[in-house]
Design a protein around this ligand. Structure first.
Ligand SMILES: Nc1ccn([C@@H]2O[C@H](COP(=O)(O)OP(=O)(O)OP(=O)(O)O)[C@@H](O)[C@H]2O)c(=O)n1
Ligand SMILES: C[C@](O)(CO)[C@H](O)COP(=O)(O)O
Length: 236
């Protein structure tokens, strides 16, 4: 089954400061079980047989990366992160292009802050999008009632959630198309918070692939607490 999946490059943006986490270090270096959040996010890709290579975007003054065993892994290439997440991703795409990757190669961009990606979700994404003309992303249909608010935090509307999805990662696009869309949208000062929004700005419509809701992005302290508790419940 795995051999029928498309080969792919992985890009892991890991250059954030984790301000919303308010921890003593960037959140990707906080511990979850015996590993850092970043190591969990890398491992889901590093042992995949269809991985061509992996690029991790790191803060230029990151003192933590060299302390990790995976810093010596030859499958991992490092690039400098940028001011925003999109800049960090673009630097990784530039590196892939500069080192022989082909425009038609699939690239999967996955947040370092999402340590709970299931291999089954990764393989579903690869399988479902292998022949897609655009690409797409893991996503979760909205489960809660959604409200639109005014500037004072007062409800102005209850939104129809039947067609609303939360975008997750990995997000899977062809290297050339993503590189062009990201570079052009950033030059145009478009607010880009995920790869799909750059592809949409370029006029394409990414496909949403339903994934597990527990592939959460560790953003605030309670997110990490939830994952830690979940591992205790599952692993004892
Ligand atoms: N300039 C940046 C900003 C973010 N990221 C990465 O993008 C992912 C998702 O971003 P987010 O959750 O916003 O992380 P932070 O920017 O670190 O969080 P905060 O906004 O709370 O500072 C994270 O893995 C983060 O390390 C990055 O590589 N480069
Ligand atoms: C890419 C992402 O995880 C998709 O939901 C999200 O846009 C990242 O946003 P952040 O503000 O950089 O955490």
């Amino acid at each position: 089954m795995t051999q029928s999946l498309p080969a792919f490059w992985a890009v892991i943006p890991a250059a954030g400061v984790g301000a919303r986490m308010a921890a003593d270090r960037p959140k990707q270096y906080l511990q979850l079980g015996g590993l850092t959040i970043l190591e969990h996010s890398l491992l889901c890709f590093l042992d995949h047989p269809r991985l061509k290579g992996l690029v991790v975007s790191l803060a230029v003054d990151d003192p933590y990366w060299p302390t990790l065993p995976c810093a010596l892994d030859s499958r991992i290439q490092q690039v400098a992160g940028g001011k925003e997440r999109a800049d960090s991703v673009l630097n990784a795409l530039l590196h892939l292009h500069a080192n022989g990757a082909d425009d038609n190669d699939w690239v999967l961009v996955h947040d370092a802050a999402r340590p709970n990606l299931a291999r089954s979700d990764l393989d579903t994404l690869l399988s479902e999008l292998a022949d897609d003309p655009v690409g797409g992303l893991l996503a979760v249909p909205a489960k809660d009632t959604l409200k639109r608010a005014d500037a004072n935090g007062r409800v102005t509307e209850t939104v129809d959630r039947s067609l609303i999805w939360q975008a997750y990662t990995p997000q899977m696009f062809r290297l050339g198309a993503l590189h062009r869309a990201l570079a052009d949208s950033l030059v145009s000062n478009v607010a880009i918070t995920d790869e799909a929004s750059a592809i949409e700005w370029a006029g394409q419509s990414p496909r949403l692939i339903e994934g597990r809701a527990d592939n959460i992005k560790v953003t605030r302290p309670e997110d990490l607490e939830w994952l830690r508790q979940r591992r205790v419940e599952f692993n004892g």
